[in-house]
Ligand binder design. Structure first.
Ligand SMILES: Cc1ncc(COP(=O)(O)O)c(C=O)c1O
Length: 400
């Protein structure tokens, strides 16, 4: 694969994101297998993780649905060929108008606050909605990605269920699903199981449920030997509990998940070229032709991306700080052991499939990079690198 990646960097230029469809398919099948004792399982891929339309089309061929958070993600999904009923829309803090527009497209709405619930229910009592609860569970790899705790802005507090039920009764609306998402990078399956019990408790309040959505947050490994969520064990335990719940409820419901990271993180790498090797009195910096404008996760929440020198994989290891070209502190990795780096070498950042390109920007007026999908033995360009035209696009030059 190293040689192929070097060829891709040569052919499509650097920096470039590369995704491997085989890994995506493998992860999708792994999750499906883990829950194969559940009669109705629905995986709704979280578009925000990696939203390239060709990747969405790949998920369509797998039978996946989509989890979306904006009307634009919904539009991308429809454009990729998804049926509206295979899309769930879980916004946070968006306008009633946007929610109404998405509902009018036939997409499943998931509401996470009482104010919008009341307004939406009063105007559209015949549109079934899902309710996102906040189970008040602290979970996630970092405070920025822990979203189910008591101080979080997400979901309707479980302590407000009586109020919620009053709104549902007064408006005559139907609740067809209950949902939670407690955070990302959750390692301990006991946390999922504990939060699931809260969701089951909530679910008992609604008589017309069609599905229970357990969100996502599965942790993936970031380096060889790293820990990950034990999906297989979670599958065995949660499936049993879910099937028991359905027996008590009196009906087979659909068990939904909306994974992003689990499905695409490991499928992606980010290739950059070393512009400068800078020896200072304390550190050796490898400065690449990119920065947090292209991959912000290390600066945003301290995420780890393993870095490999593709141009010298067998070389002697030395310590490097890998940094970008942005005009602020722009560190990808501090004092990492990497095989000897020379200017012009191609570095490969791993786990670059999720929340990498989708968080890229034009900061410093740089172009966002190309994306390539390695699919059925061939590298397909699925997004061109931007050009100066894109930087000026939508800008209006007035006479000053
Ligand atoms: C509501 C919701 N669902 C699903 C996801 C996907 O989570 P992950 O990438 O950890 O699988 C997120 C991530 O932020 C989310 O906010």
């Amino acid at each position: 694969m190293e040689t192929q990646l070097l060829q891709i960097a040569e052919e499509f230029g650097s920096p470039v994101y590369v995704y491997n469809s085989e890994k995506i398919i493998h992860q999708y099948n792994r999750l499906t297998e883990a829950f194969n004792s559940v009669e109705n399982l629905k995986l709704n891929y979280a578009v925000k993780a990696l939203s390239n339309i060709s990747v969405l089309k790949l998920f369509k061929t797998l039978g996946s649905g989509l989890d979306t958070v904006s009307i634009q993600e919904v539009q991308l999904g429809l454009r990729a060929g998804f049926e509206p009923q295979d899309i769930i829309y879980t916004p946070n803090g968006v306008s009633l108008e946007e929610i109404e527009t998405v509902a009018s497209l036939g997409v499943q709405i998931n509401i996470d606050n009482l104010s919008i619930l009341e307004q939406f229910g009063s105007k559209h009592p015949n549109t079934p909605v899902c309710i996102r609860i906040n189970p008040h569970v602290m979970a996630g790899g970092n405070t920025n990605i822990s979203v189910g705790h008591i101080d979080s802005k997400f979901g309707i507090s479980i302590h407000q269920i009586p109020l919620l039920l009053r709104i549902v009764e007064n408006t005559g609306m139907t609740v067809n699903g209950v949902h939670m998402h407690t955070g990302s990078d959750i390692l301990d399956i006991e946390v999922f199981l504990y939060a699931s019990e809260i969701l089951f408790e909530t679910a008992k309040n609604f008589k017309n449920l069609e599905f229970i959505d357990f969100g996502s947050g599965f942790k993936v490994p970031y380096k060889p030997g790293d820990v990950e969520t034990n999906i297989e064990e979670l599958g065995t335990k949660l499936s049993k509990r879910f099937n028991d719940f359905c027996s008590d409820y009196g009906r087979d419901l659909t068990l939904s998940f909306e994974p992003g990271k689990f499905l695409v993180s490991e499928s992606g790498v980010f290739l950059t070229k070393v512009n400068v090797v800078k020896q200072t009195t304390s550190t050796v910096f490898a400065q690449v032709d990119s920065g947090f404008n292209h991959l912000i996760r290390p600066m945003l929440y301290g995420s780890q991306h393993e870095i490999i020198n593709l141009s010298n994989p067998e070389g002697k290891e030395r310590f490097y700080s890998v940094v970008g070209y942005i005009c602020e502190t722009d560190t990808f990795a501090n004092n990492r052991r990497i095989t000897e780096i020379k200017e012009g070498d191609i570095l490969c950042f791993k786990n670059a499939g999720a929340y990498c390109f989708t968080m890229a920007s034009n900061y410093n007026s740089r172009y966002r990079p190309a994306e390539v999908l390695f699919h059925k033995g061939k590298a397909h360009l699925i997004r061109k690198s931007e050009t100066f035209k894109d930087i000026l696009n939508n800008q209006i030059e007035i006479t000053i």
